[in-house]
Structures are given as structure tokens and as C-alpha cells.
Design a protein around this ligand. Structure first.
Ligand SMILES: [Zn+2]
Length: 192
């Protein structure tokens, strides 16, 4: 009787083990059978929420990853040097320092909206300066010790482009100065 009981327990255990394994295998097969679904899941993991001036609201966009070779094909040499290699354009040489048109400044690399002309001010530094990004989600920051002291680097949240630096000597209401490189930006004038 005891042997029979043990056998029953063993069979029950084996059955449940088989069912569990069966389930796991089925899931794997299902995932393999639907590559599109898996791809969608992977892409959605790389999506970020950013503000779109055109939509006047937040949108989900895919992050942009490219190799240096791909960026070189797309960008002018100076834009590549600044955005992908954290370079700086010479003060006073950028095309947007004295731009007073109304419109939107977006990332030269990926088109992510970054600043509006409403927050641009005369900093006298030789670089286009803003006291606030279009939305905090559209940029990221990073500590930078390149010059031997700490500075806060500003990057595009969508593609990681180096845009410039942010300092705390800006005007009201934020007191911030986003010191940007013209070659990292693309300006689109408002139509209205
Ligand atoms: Zn970008």
C-alpha cells in the first residue's frame, strides 16, 4: 500500500512537472511564432515621452541610435564634431546667436524639439542662450569635468546629441542659462 501511495505521489509530481514544463515550452513557442509582437515589445522599451511643438503635447518617440559612420553621412562635419564628440563651436560664429525670429529650435540629429524662441535671451556669450528647454523631458544633463571643473552638459533626450551646457547665471524666471551650439540646432520659423 505504501509503495502504491508513493507511486501515486510520484505520478502526481511528474504530471505537474510535465504540465509546468509544457506551459513554459508553449510560451517560448508562442513568442517565437510572433516575432512582430516581440519586436514591438523591444521597441516600446526604447520609447520615451517628449513634448512636440507641432502636436502641442506629449508624444512617444523611439530613441535614436546610430553609428559614427551613419551620423557622419547625415551631418555637416562641425555638427558631427559638436553633437557626437562633445565639441564646441567658436564663440560668435554660430548662425543662431543673433536669430530673433519666432519659432522652434530642434535637434540637428534627430529632430527632437528642444527650445522655443520665447525663452531665448541675449547672453552676450557668443552662443545662442535659453533660460528653459521646451520641456524638461526633451533634454538630459550630465556632469562634465572636461575643463577641470564641474559643468553640466546638456544632451538631447532622444539621440544623446551633445548640445552645450547649462549654467545657473541665467535670467528670471529660472535663473538658468542653456548655452547651446548653433550647429547642434535646427531652427524652424513659426508659420503664423
Ligand atoms: Zn537628438
Amino acid at each position: 500500500m505504501i509503495i502504491l501511495k508513493n507511486m501515486t505521489i510520484l505520478i502526481t509530481l511528474l504530471t505537474s512537472l510535465f504540465l509546468t514544463t509544457g506551459c513554459t515550452q508553449k510560451k517560448t513557442v508562442d513568442a517565437r511564432a510572433t516575432p512582430d509582437l516581440r519586436e514591438t515589445t523591444e521597441l516600446s522599451a526604447q520609447k520615451i515621452k517628449v513634448f512636440s511643438a507641432e502636436k502641442n503635447g506629449y508624444i512617444l518617440v523611439e530613441k535614436v541610435h546610430k553609428t559614427d559612420e551613419e551620423w557622419k553621412k547625415q551631418l555637416e562635419p562641425l555638427s558631427f564634431e559638436v553633437t557626437r564628440k562633445a565639441g564646441t563651436e567658436r564663440a560668435g560664429t554660430g548662425k543662431y546667436e543673433n536669430n530673433h525670429e519666432k519659432g522652434i529650435y530642434s535637434c540637428i540629429c534627430c529632430g527632437n524639439d528642444l527650445f522655443t524662441s520665447e525663452t531665448k535671451f541675449e547672453s552676450g556669450t557668443g552662443w545662442p542662450s535659453f533660460w528653459q528647454p521646451i520641456a524638461k523631458e526633451n533634454v538630459t544633463t550630465n556632469s562634465d569635468h572636461e575643463l577641470g571643473y564641474e559643468r553640466t552638459e546638456v544632451l538631447c533626450a532622444r539621440c544623446g546629441a551633445h548640445l552645450g551646457h547649462v549654467f545657473d547665471d541665467g535670467p528670471k524666471p529660472t535663473g538658468l542659462r542653456y548655452c547651446m551650439n548653433s550647429v547642434a540646432l535646427n531652427f524652424q520659423k513659426n508659420n503664423n
